[in-house]
Design a protein around this ligand. Sequence first.
Ligand SMILES: O=C(O)CCC(=O)C(=O)O
Length: 316
Amino acid sequence: MDIMTESRTEEADGRLARAVVSDFIRNGAHLFDERVDPQAAAELLAEIRATRRFDDSLFLSQAEFDADPQYTGVNPKPGRNLLERFEHRLGFVEQAPHLVEAITTLLGPDYRILDKKVVCGVPARSVPPWLQARILGNPVNNLGAYVRPEHRDVTYFYGIDFHQDLIDYKAREADFLTLYVYLHPVGRADAPLFLLEGSHRLGGSVFPHELTRTGPDAWLYRNGPYGEVAVRQRMLTGDAGFAAIWHACTLHGTQPDAADHERISLRYLVARGAAKTSAIDTVNATLAGPLSLTDTRKDLGADGSAAIRRNTVNQV
Ligand SMILES: O=C(O)CCC(=O)C(=O)O
């Protein structure tokens, strides 16, 4: 049986729903065997690539940046989000039956999309030397601050250390998940996502995280009084249309893009709607730590610039 037929059968008899819940409980993530339509992914990718050059023309000059550094409000937002232009092209993700079934299982039928955007892993050759020197060793290299305002409709990364997606949601319960879709093949050099499977079990934890490498793909992760857990690192490589979902407390990160071209993906955050209970409660009931945090990070200075220079994912 090929993978696609296998997945459709799983969907039909409820096996997909069961697999998603057990994978979330055990690993804090589910990687789909079935891809979303690779042709539709390629068409969307071509349209995204046609909007700009993903080279050093994305960035402010050093003098322009230093004249008025802005570290906040530099991510896509309503009215400045490239995906708003391509809503008509997103059905291959948003209506993909296996994704809908998995998300409905976890969050209930009235789930809602909290956020969606294009994420770009910027290759080293596109990052100007002054900027490379400035950001070296930072744990979160979201380059939005250095990008020309007209290009801030996409999020650009030059790697980001292991973090939880709860990081952007102070005081919100972990009632949402991340859906991540590759629009082209992603190999080791293309800034693949690294997930720490099972790290969600310690609940919400303040960034940067306490991680000790214990083997080539193994870490010991501690969350203060909530204890520690041995976790396995999983590198998400895949073809165009590869899709994965993970819990808001699952640690993940990327290294700088080592290829000679950018890596372009779609990132959705999807939250529970009014549904009072859904399988995410079953998952959350198994966590040993908090479901929400009043403070999610302690790596930034008052202006939003990096105050800590250390990075764990780059040791991988
Ligand atoms: O795409 C990337 O390089 C990192 C994405 C990520 O981890 C995030 O947006 O939370």
